[in-house]
Design a protein around this ligand. Structure first.
Ligand SMILES: C[S@@+](CC[C@H](N)C(=O)[O-])C[C@H]1O[C@@H](n2cnc3c(N)ncnc32)[C@H](O)[C@@H]1O
Length: 259
């Protein structure tokens, strides 16, 4: 167990990121529980994120500036990477866990049917840049690279576009680590780069198979206060979510640009 302390008025107690068995993360179980089929909460998040990216790249950032995108802590979730696809020439799937890296590498060659059948139609929707893509999973396989990495070691100013879904608050009970992980994610982007980040609201931790993983109980205000020094915030929205598991109060989606 890690040291206790305080950060921004919240108490920091319990398991830190290093204390959890990430290399034993049951990828198959996590995928089947979360992404075997599209849920309504993810449908809403996809709409928020893809609308934001289309808005960014239609109006503010010339497509030729886009060289590299990153999804931090990809786990077994391909939809953040798919959402960045029309705007990216490369997508780094940055992952700490050995089992998740194996799963991702395997999925790029042999993707599960839900990505194309259930997720992609919602991602593409009626949005022009997405609809131009005929085979999203093939395109993702050709431009994605699964990379071993620790969020706390991300180098600054590397990427033009970034996503981080259910990571900073779902890898530790420590508020200081939640904040540091979020800052590292944003700082890995170049100034002006768009980001989308999703968080579990007031999560008490979660089982993957029979293994319990730590989480930090955060709110919209915590996300806002953490992002504000380093990011322009376009919006922070809450998404209702029921029945995924016990011990959380919905989801939070933040969109904006690195300062
Ligand atoms: C709750 S899962 C979220 C996975 C996925 N992004 C999603 O949307 O479902 C947390 C992810 O963070 C990864 N992770 C844990 N510690 C990390 C670290 N220090 N650096 C990068 N990723 C980490 C885990 O292996 C896992 O894939």
């Amino acid at each position: 167990m890690s040291d206790s302390g305080t950060s921004g008025g919240l108490t920091t107690i319990g398991a830190g990121n290093n204390d959890a068995p990430w290399d034993f993360f049951d990828s198959k179980e996590y995928f089947e529980h979360n992404y075997g089929h599209l849920r309504d909460d993810d449908r809403q998040i996809i709409k928020i994120v893809t609308d934001f990216f289309v808005h960014c790249f239609d109006r503010t950032v010339p497509q030729k500036q886009l060289a590299s995108a990153i999804d931090v802590g990809s786990g077994t979730n391909l939809y953040p990477a798919l959402a960045m696809l029309p705007f990216s020439s490369s997508v780094t799937l940055y992952e700490h866990s050995y089992t998740n890296r194996q799963w991702l590498s395997d999925q790029l060659g042999r993707p599960k049917p839900s990505w194309k059948r259930e997720f992609w139609p919602v991602i593409a929707g009626a949005r022009g840049p997405y609809r131009k893509i005929n085979d999203p999973l093939d395109l993702l396989a050709s431009c994605a690279e699964v990379t071993k990495g620790n969020i706390f070691e991300l180098r600054p100013n590397q990427y033009n576009l970034g996503t981080m879904f259910f990571v900073a608050e779902s890898i530790t009970t420590r508020v200081d680590e939640f904040r540091r992980a979020t800052l590292r994610f944003v700082n890995s982007l170049r100034p002006g780069a768009p980001y989308a980040a999703a968080f579990m609201c007031r999560s008490q931790g979660y089982f993957v198979g029979s293994t319990f993983f730590p989480a930090c109980s955060i709110s919209v205000d915590d996300v806002r206060s953490c992002l504000a020094p380093v990011a322009r915030i376009r919006d922070i929205e809450t998404v209702e979510s029921h029945g995924l598991r016990d011990g959380y109060e919905g989801m939070i989606v933040a969109t904006g640009w690195k300062k």
